[in-house]
Design a protein around this ligand. Structure first.
Ligand code: NAD
Length: 482
């Protein structure tokens, strides 16, 4: 299999917050890989813009170190060529310093993209100055990072701030889950094959589980996380986006607004979640270790580091099929997967003793991207007709061989989409607002009831009640494992 790398047009990409953690860990190493694969044209330029006072050489050294630390294997000669494309401007987002210099560096006649890898409180200041200094024009693109709002009110305010300076067609709201190869493959599998789509509804699907499990705790993000929690940090955006891609109707074409219109319809069809269909947890202290409340330095914290939900979609396709969503920190394994469990065959011709299995389509997002379809076959050998489950396995790494190494990681793919002007894998403003409109009453409900999250052991699958959420429905969660 030969992968094709199609170079993008010449661009100037300005990264506000270019010295920050996200830029050093993800954005610049990702851009290096796109450069190494031949996707960046010779005339591409990347300009870091941040508060630190340093010159372009200092910035190149910082990024060389970042690529070495976070970029995996790299070729020193290629890295040297890549660094020649970098420049730097010390800038004050809230003041006047650096803006004239930035204006002098951004060239006419190439694509302009401005990545806001800074706190959302700076989005308005930067947007305003880009326009005031004539640096951004009608064809410029801006990329904004999560969190996009804390609730519906703040998301609306953020949308309004950006809309004062840029059209919706210029705004790229990143949800890096949408940049994953498997997530796009989900659309290819659904809409590129005849096999699945006829079965993709509540007549044939028993339930759908979406799990995003982490083994790490809140780390250094304690104060941010304690004001956010798993519902805001993960469900409102990442899990919601995955749910939309599974549940949406086939768009008429693979076009940004056609896809996003269908996703929006799913969010608007979500049932309100009943209180007994939500379980929240907090990881407890281990012997000699710290618990959630220690990590966020808030002994009375009621913020959840785990949440599990049973969600219903009120439309013809999905009425009657529950979607179970779960995400949390300090769980048994680091894994993200979507599992679509089909219903039992209506009748077994082999009798009760033969065994009885269900088809499950599993879409794995991490650690190793791929898909598995569990099918029932006869157990080989003598012993009569006994049935077993075997996975038809499609690990991308195995299926694509060496080409798999050049599968772009989510950030690099999404940045190249910005340069190409393709918004399909970015959230539109109304989608984000609709997701908050569904999330807000849920959070308000547990806050009003004064609910305290249940403690759960680090390394477990979450609190006991999360198991009960499934058991009550006569189902069980899939095991959390890599
Ligand atoms: P960071 O604190 O490491 O970096 C912040 C950057 O902003 C620095 O480069 C700093 O110089 C710059 N900055 C701050 N104030 C400025 C000002 N007044 N003028 C000019 N530049 C200024 O933050 P980060 O972790 O890189 O996160 C950046 C954004 O990305 C945040 O919105 C964050 O929520 C989001 N995000 C980060 C991650 C991550 O893994 N770090 C993941 C998802 C989203």
């Amino acid at each position: 299999m030969v992968s094709r790398v199609i170079p993008v047009d010449e661009f100037d990409l300005v990264i506000f917050g270019g010295t920050g953690d996200l830029a050093r860990r993800k954005i610049l190493p990702g851009l290096y890989r796109r450069f190494a694969s031949g996707q960046m044209p010779a005339g591409a330029r990347i300009i870091g813009a941040a508060r630190s006072d340093m010159d372009a050489d200092g910035y190149r050294q910082m990024i060389a170190d970042a690529v070495a630390e976070f970029g995996g294997t790299h070729d020193p000669a290629v890295l040297k060529d890549f660094l020649a494309h970098l420049d730097y401007v010390a800038i004050d987002a809230k003041g006047t310093d650096g803006w004239a210099e930035l204006g002098s560096k951004v060239r006419d006649g190439v694509i302009h993209a401005f990545y806001f890898s800074v706190a959302p409180s700076l989005f308005g200041d930067i947007a305003q100055r880009l326009k005031e200094h004539g640096i951004a024009g009608d064809a410029s693109r801006i990329v904004v990072e999560k969190p996009f709002g804390h609730d519906l009110g703040t998301a609306k305010a953020l949308n309004a701030t950006l809309a004062a300076y840029f059209d919706e067609g210029q705004i790229y709201r990143i949800d890096h889950y949408l940049g994953k190869e498997t997530v796009q493959n989900l659309m290819a599998v659904r809409f590129g094959n005849m096999l699945f789509e006829p079965l993709w509804n509540s007549n044939y699907v028993d339930n759908i589980q979406i799990t995003v499990a982490e083994t790490v705790g809140v780390g250094g993000r304690g104060s941010y996380y304690d004001h956010s929690g798993a519902m805001r940090d993960m469900v409102q955006n990442h899990l919601m986006q995955l749910l939309c891609l599974i549940a949406m109707e086939p768009p008429a074409k693979f076009d940004p607004d056609a896809v996003r219109d269908e996703k929006l319809k799913v969010i608007r069809a979500l049932d309100p979640v009943a209180p007994h269909h939500v379980v929240r947890g907090q990881y407890a202290a281990t012997e000699g270790g710290t618990g959630y409340r220690d990590d966020v330095e808030n002994p009375r914290s009621r913020t959840e580091s785990f949440v599990a939900l049973r969600v219903g979609i009120a439309n013809w396709r999905w009425a009657g099929t529950p979607f179970y969503l779960r995400t949390g920190k300090k769980l048994r394994a680091r894994t993200s997967e979507i599992a679509i469990t089909f219903k039992d065959a209506p009748h077994s011709i082999f009798g009760e003793d033969a065994g009885w299995n269900r088809n499950v389509l599993t879409i794995k997002l991490q650690p190793n991207e791929g898909m598995t379809l569990d099918v029932t076959i006869k157990e080989p050998g003598p012993g009569g007709m006994r049935l077993i489950d075997v996975p038809l396995d499609m690990s991308f790494a195995e299926a694509l061989g060496p080409d798999a190494e050049d599968i772009p990681d989510a950030y690099e793919r999404l940045i190249m989409d910005v340069i190409r002007g393709n918004q399909t894998l970015f959230m539109r403003g109304d989608e984000v607002e609709a997701a908050w409109a569904w999330t807000d009453p849920l959070i308000a409900g547990w806050e009003k009831r004064g609910e305290v999250p249940q403690p759960y052991d680090a390394g477990s699958s979450g609190p006991e009640d999360a198991m009960m959420l499934m058991h009550r429905d006569g189902r069980k969660w899939r095991e959390i494992r890599t």
